[in-house]
Design a protein around this ligand. Structure first.
Ligand code: ZN
Length: 372
């Protein structure tokens, strides 16, 4: 099947909005046009000359990568150096490049969530929540008979979504009063007469991006000419936000350290696994952070993780693990992030279903670090 590149970008950005990316990062469309028709996609962690050759050979129209290929400002497109040659080859062959990096790392159901699932973790939570969404409490007053419809509109438009639940609302009965003035066309009551009505006060939490559409939908469905409602700012955003770096969860079957090492190597498909710090007797609570996540050592300890799995561990990170009395396993930057191709596949298959273009994983993408 084929779709416009724009549709592919929209699906990825629904999962991993660009605004989640770190300020220093460079994500999004790096080469090509959103209007391009895409029939075949090559998925990769990194973009190298070999990966671009492979894309051209396999007639891919798009490369989706995790690590930005154009990172710091380009000063020249001269083909006398490798980056210039790669860009020239991409443009000559109409191959677009799209990158989702720290936005995918930090997405609630991005790369780290995928990794946590591979590791068989349950009760997965974000290790370091960030970029909190602002939330509001929306209160709507409605005649009792209209309450079911109003609750339906609230739920359908994203209000009351909390964790694994939606349509979470609270309703309390009361009496509303109003007096229709000249020009009014009241649903209940007569002109210039004070009217009392049995009403429900219905309240639900709503994320800021959903608020405007929700109020418009409520006004379309509310029986009153003038809908009475309150919008109250909340501090919940930082508390219920699941975007952010790393994940933490529990193993359904706690195991000893030796079994956990074997289990991790098998699940992540690793030939080598390095470790540091205090080895626990039993592993139950596991923190994970793809790429270089040694900065999470203190946080993993504070959140009572028995082990932190990450990559790129340095000598002094090992010392910090020891000082923090926590076990850290280094599965490698590549070892933790090669899974990004599966993560992209999962997102696009779910988002585009039958319309999804063919996806292939780059065979030439590899770990730059070699174990001898
Ligand atoms: Zn990385």
């Amino acid at each position: 099947m084929s779709v416009k590149l724009n549709q592919i970008i929209q699906i990825i950005e629904t999962h991993a909005p660009e605004k989640l990316a770190e300020d220093w990062d460079n994500v999004g469309l790096q080469v090509g046009s959103r209007q391009q028709i895409i029939k075949r996609i090559l998925l990769t962690l990194d973009i190298t000359a070999e990966v671009v050759d492979e894309a051209v050979k396999k007639q891919a129209d798009l490369i989706i990568a995790h690590h930005p290929f154009i990172f710091n400002g380009l000063k020249t497109l001269s083909t006398d150096w490798e980056k210039g040659q790669i860009i020239a080859q991409l443009i000559k062959n109409d191959v677009a490049v799209y990158v989702a990096h720290t936005n995918l790392d930090k997405a609630a159901r991005g790369l780290n969530h995928y990794l946590a699932e591979i590791m068989g973790l349950e009760k997965i939570k974000t290790l370091e929540p960030s970029n909190p969404t602002a939330y509001y409490k929306l209160v709507v007053f409605t005649p009792v008979e209209a309450s079911p419809k109003i609750i339906e509109v609230l739920g359908k438009n994203g209000a009351g979504a909390i964790g694994d639940y939606d349509y979470c609302t609270y309703r309390s009965p009361g009496t509303g009063t109003f007096r229709p003035l000249e020009g009014a066309k009241p649903f209940i009551g007569d002109l210039n007469k004070l009217t009392s009505v049995s009403e429900d006060r219905i309240e639900a939490i709503v994320a800021a991006p959903d608020l405007k559409n929700l109020i418009a939908a409520l006004k379309r469905n509310h029986p009153y000419e003038e809908m009475a409602y309150d919008v109250i700012a909340l501090e919940n955003g930082g508390l219920i936000n699941e975007n952010g770096l790393g994940k933490i969860g529990v193993l359904s079957q706690p195991m000893d350290a030796a079994d956990f090492i074997a289990n991790t190597k098998e699940r992540l498909g690793l030939v080598a696994l390095r470790g540091a710090g205090k080895v626990p007797d039993i592993v139950r609570r596991v923190a994970i952070c793809s790429g270089a996540g040694a900065d999470m050592i203190g946080l993993a300890k504070a959140k009572r993780a028995d082990v932190l799995i990450t990559g790129d561990l340095k000598h002094h990170d090992g010392q910090r693990a020891l000082e923090n009395n926590i076990w850290v396993l280094d599965a490698g930057h590549y070892g933790t992030e090669k899974w990004v191709t599966n993560c992209f596949q999962q997102i696009l298959t779910a988002g585009l279903a039958d319309a999804c273009p063919e996806m292939i994983v780059a065979e030439t993408a590899r770990d730059f670090i070699v174990n001898y």
